[in-house]
Design a protein around this ligand. Structure first.
Ligand code: ADP
Length: 465
């Protein structure tokens, strides 16, 4: 069965209320009833003894006679209290007997008591009993008082009213407790289910693609706050991913449009006979095709590196050695371009993804070479600075303007679009560098001055984890 949180909480509260009230009622009824019964039995005995005592004082030992008038008064008084008194002398002769004095009233009284008892206890095993209390004088029984009453105990009308009032009170408490439980259960359930419903609504909206939907409002339940912030974080990530996806699609379309349009117009011109199909024109078309090919290659690289969850395949290696090796590979290109390259530094061991770090170094050195004119200079340094290694690369190239600086790490961003297009730049190299450095929990900064120099500084933790 699938119950709502509200129903479940309300039912639990009601059940708890019921168990508590039932427990209290049973316990109090059982204990009170027992105590009350013992109390009534004790009281009856006490009452009997008091009457016996009073009556025994009415016997005049000097002339061995009874003060009959007083005995009768005591007997009548006892009768009103539900006690039937019978006084006998030593010979067993009746001195005064309530049953003979007013037998009708006695029968009526006992019947009333019996009715009271059976109304409360239908299986009550009791009835009229007589108990004899001997009165001794000089160690011999001179007379006796017999007390008749409804035993082992009986409840008066007042006692019945008291018990029924007590029960009514318990029932009222039970009703009140149930209503309170229902009320509290509903409030608690509302309190809990309202934010959960908000979470459900927002999650459904997010699932439909409305990524800017967020759960607002704080709850005073810690787990619910954790749940809402987890969902909000999830929405943030999904929104970012969605933005990246859209941006990538539009960037790719934008990048491909120009070479394709050039190709199309050149081809059409040749097909329509406007242009002669010569080697030079075919070569120009071929260049555009090569550019598209390069772009696709770069994009493949980006897909590999530009991922939030870039998987690093770490190992320990000498960072300086790696840079030295890459610089050597670049040497011929630098000589051909007439740019000098210098490398300084010491051996530093780092724990990182060797291939990806190589990609960072290669991209930065190739940029330095690409944006530095003939007779320029590129200085590379590797420094051990405590927990980190600092890789610096400074060129005396074209520099980057202040307006372009914040965007150079964005995908497909090129400071000078026309020139870079000719030089084959696609604006992806630095995006890859940033993704790799970030995956290693490192940092990258740039200092640049237009037409003077650019310096890229990469800081990598030696023990990236
Ligand atoms: P690209 O393929 O265009 O070089 P990058 O992502 O590597 O793409 O670089 C983005 C832009 O940053 C470049 O187009 C260029 O304008 C600028 N840039 C990068 N490195 C340098 C540098 N060493 N000197 C001057 N400008 C640079």
């Amino acid at each position: 069965m699938n119950y709502s949180l509200r129903t479940k909480l309300s039912l639990s509260y009601i059940l708890l209320g019921l168990i508590l009230v039932a427990g209290i009622s049973i316990l109090s009824n059982f204990l009170l009833e027992k105590q009350f019964r013992d109390y009534i039995i004790r009281e009856q005995e006490q009452k009997n003894k008091e009457y016996v005592n009073l009556i025994s004082r009415q016997y005049n030992t000097a002339n061995s006679s009874w003060g009959k008038g007083v005995v009768e008064n005591i007997g009548l008084n006892a009768l009103e209290q539900g006690v039937i008194v019978k006084v006998k002398d030593a010979a067993g002769k009746i001195v005064w007997d309530a049953t003979t004095h007013n037998s009708g009233f006695c029968v009526q009284m006992i019947n009333h008591m019996s009715k009271n008892m059976f109304s409360r206890y239908p299986d009550f095993k009791g009835g009229y009993v007589e108990k004899s209390y001997p009165i001794t004088h000089n160690f011999s029984n001179v007379r006796s008082v017999e007390i008749g009453y409804y035993g082992p105990f009986y409840l008066t009308d007042n006692d019945l009213v008291f018990i029924s009032t007590l029960n009514k009170m318990l029932i009222s408490i039970a009703m009140f407790a149930l209503i309170l439980a229902l009320f509290l259960g509903t409030i608690m359930a509302k309190h809990l289910s309202a934010p959960i419903s908000r979470v459900i609504n927002s999650t459904q909206q997010i699932a439909k693609g409305y990524f800017d939907d967020r759960i607002n409002g704080k709850s005073n339940t810690r787990e619910i706050n954790q749940l809402t912030s987890a969902i909000n974080d999830l929405a943030d990530i999904l929104q970012k991913q969605e933005r990246l996806r859209k941006q990538l699609t539009s960037d790719v379309a934008h990048e491909l449009r120009t070479p394709l349009a050039t190709l199309q117009s050149h081809m059409e011109a040749m097909i329509d006979g406007i242009w002669d199909t010569d080697v030079e024109r075919l070569k120009s078309c071929h260049d555009e095709i090569l550019r598209i090919g390069r772009m696709v290659q770069e994009m493949e690289k980006l897909a590999k590196y530009d991922s939030e969850n870039l998987i690093l395949n770490k190992s320990k290696f000498q960072f300086f050695e790696l840079v030295q090796h890459i610089v050597r590979n670049f040497e011929t290109e630098f000589v051909n371009r007439g740019v000098e390259i210098y490398l300084n530094g010491n051996q530093v061991e780092i724990n990182a993804d060797r291939d990806k770090i190589s990609q960072v170094v290669v991209n930065l050195i190739s940029n330095a070479l690409k944006y530095t004119n003939q007779d320029g200079k590129v200085d590379i340094s590797v420094k051990d600075i405590g927990d980190e290694v600092e890789f610096g690369i400074k060129d005396t190239g074209v520099g980057i303007s202040e307006q372009d600086l914040p965007y150079i790490f964005e995908r497909f961003y090129r400071a000078d679009k026309s020139r870079n297009r000719l030089s084959g730049g696609s604006g992806i190299g630095l995006a890859i560098v940033k993704a790799i450095v970030r995956a290693h929990k490192g940092r990258i900064k740039v200092i640049s001055e237009v037409n003077k120099s650019s310096e890229f500084i990469v800081l990598l933790p030696k023990q990236a984890n």
